[in-house]
Design a binder for this molecule. Sequence first.
Ligand code: ZN
Length: 254
Amino acid sequence: MSKIPLPKKIRESIEWKIRDMNSRVCNWVLRVQSQPLKVSNKPAIVFAPHQDDETIGCGGMIALKRSQGIPVKVVFLTDGRYGRPEWIKAEEIIQVRQQEALSALDNLGIEKSQTYFLGYTDGSLAQLTSEQRQQLIDYLVALLKSFQPGEIYVPHSKDGHPDHEATYEVVQMAIAQSETHLELLQYPIWIFWYNVLPFKLCLQYIAHHAYRLCISSVHEQKKQAISRYKSQVPNIPNSLLTSFFAPYEIFIKN
Ligand SMILES: [Zn+2]
């Protein structure tokens, strides 16, 4: 007897509900199992594949550091062109997302001069030729050597989105090639959305390496910064938004 396939819309709706529930449960486990983390006085660079990852993943950390005058740079790797809602024209989306990023970062205390837009095509980072990849790594090595950060923030290595995982990889290679000593902290964005099945395994690994930074003193500031991403917020699933609006941030250390 052949199976009757579920209509696409019903299947997608069930998948969405499973991902949503998975995400809520995993984030709850992370919150209760993670160890407390204090903000350090080390200068930092946040690497973000798209304009919004830095604020939703690390906005509280950025605001805390900037409130103490600690230097923070933000590097955007792609142009974000495919995160386009219908009401924005294709030829305008890159500019719109850059403006949203500058506005969000201004809210967190970062000046335009400390923000870098590398402009790789959205979705292309995992498909760069070896030459393009090395060019990017060389650029990052030069940045690391000139700025000498004590901390680097990148999306999680298993974040489930090709640009996010590729960002982790190129930054990791740049750190190795720069021979600088610094601490690497990974911020999760999509990890529990795209990794539904191996979630138990995921938790066993992450729960032992997860740290929780209290950001309650800059919580409102972070929420305002997220709200500057008017083109992006409506597309973020609710369960993820809830975790991004929490008064703490989770970072994974190797
Ligand atoms: Zn992203």
